[in-house]
Design a protein around this ligand. Structure first.
Ligand code: HEM
Length: 345
């Protein structure tokens, strides 16, 4: 079977996989392939935060203006827009463009019109979370063959069915860098406030980030009913746990987000977006914590009930980044926004 690791990124392992070489997964899944010309990607999140319903139009207008600047000349390869209400009750829109070349991204952010909009004083809260993992520091998994999402759309190419999935520890086995590196976290978060409402956060080495998505648009009949009535409530409970008590498991922050159109209309797509102290902490939560085991168990029961014939699309992308592959800044945001929650008070 094919490995999830794109062939040019494979190397002799000093760290073995958790499976035997002849392991065959019980159901198929696919990964994005990384073109050898792509050494590093950019996943940016531009958030705008507000509380009063009267500010929603201004937030949508801001996001719409930024979206218009992500034109063909921007070089962005894929853009998502998503919305969530955070733990403090603030509504938030996040524009998430992907690039496959950090130099092209830097040129875009440096454009006069873009820089002016990103610095504009709108009276709303704004944050920027920029991740720039190198190719060996990312992995993806898609449960269906027909569509990829997020980073997969930016990378464009898909693998044949891959071997490394459907067992605990498979996410690690899909990382090229984990062939030789334990991805242990080192260092601490650092915070710098300018006294005028702006805080910059420095990430430490080997923070792990997951974007774990669900697309129930293609489902119908009994499958749709079971997704909405049985899986989604358990997923939401798990996402609430990570948001409110994730610190107990090494999760710095979690957002359960809904993909929306530019006018704010929700699509039938959601995702969990979380930042962890390490890949090890993320693995331990997924493998052993009741909140993910409940999601996993409910899903597995329903898959069997539906005779493995599912239209539901599940996907995820995970990055493990070095300190200099992360940039977080928060402007005029409430004190529990994103990484600010971790700031010593
Ligand atoms: C409806 C929602 C979800 C379902 C049905 C689900 C189910 C699953 C399944 C079936 C796997 C094994 C996949 C494979 O290797 O073939 C898995 C792995 C995993 N899930 Fe979820 N999950 C959901 C949401 C989430 C969310 C929102 C997160 C994190 C925020 C998450 C974190 C993980 C991680 C980290 C793994 C990899 C574990 C490892 O490799 O050891 N899942 N999940």
């Amino acid at each position: 079977m094919d490995s999830s690791i794109t062939p040019h990124l494979a190397c002799p392992r000093s760290r073995p996989r958790r499976i035997a070489d002849d392991y065959v997964p019980p159901y198929p899944a696919w990964s994005a392939r990384i073109d050898p010309a792509i050494g590093q990607v950019v996943m940016a999140s531009y958030g705008v935060q507000w509380r009063g319903p009267g500010d929603a139009d201004a937030a949508l207008a801001h996001v719409g203006a930024l979206r218009a600047m992500l034109d063909a000349a921007s070089g962005a390869r894929h853009v998502d827009l998503a919305r969530y209400v955070d733990e403090a009750g603030y509504d938030t829109l996040v524009l998430q463009p992907y690039w496959t070349d950090p130099a092209v991204f830097r040129r875009w952010e440096g454009r006069t019109d873009v820089a002016a909009l990103l610095a504009a004083d709108t009276g709303l809260g704004h944050f920027r979370e920029i991740l720039t993992p190198t190719a060996e520091r990312l992995e993806t998994l898609y449960s269906t063959e027909d569509e990829m999402e997020g980073l997969g759309r930016a990378l464009e190419r898909r693998s044949p069915p891959v071997q490394e999935h459907a067992y605990w520890g498979s996410a690690r086995d899909r990382f090229p860098i984990a062939q030789t590196d334990a991805l242990e976290p080192t260092g601490q978060l650092g915070f710098a406030a300018d006294g005028a409402g702006r805080v910059t956060v420095r990430g430490h080495d080997n923070i792990a980030i997951i974007r774990s998505g669900q697309d129930w648009g293609p489902t119908g009949g009994e499958e749709r009913r079971l997704y909405l009535a049985e899986i989604e409530p358990v997923l939401r409970a798990g996402m609430d746990f990570l948001r409110d008590r994730g610190g107990e498991c090494g999760c710095y922050l979690n957002r359960y987000m809904r993909i929306v159109d530019l006018d704010g209309t929700p699509q039938e797509k959601s995702f969990g977006w979380s930042y962890w102290r390490s890949l090890g902490d993320m693995e331990t939560w997924s493998e052993a914590h009741p909140s993910h085991l409940a999601i996993f168990g409910t899903f597995m029961r329903i898959v069997q009930q539906l005779n493995f014939d599912l239209k539901l699309r599940l996907w995820h992308e995970v990055y493990v980044v070095t300190s200099d592959q992360q940039l977080y800044d928060y402007r005029n945001c409430h004190p529990d926004t994103g990484f600010l929650k971790q700031m010593p008070r």
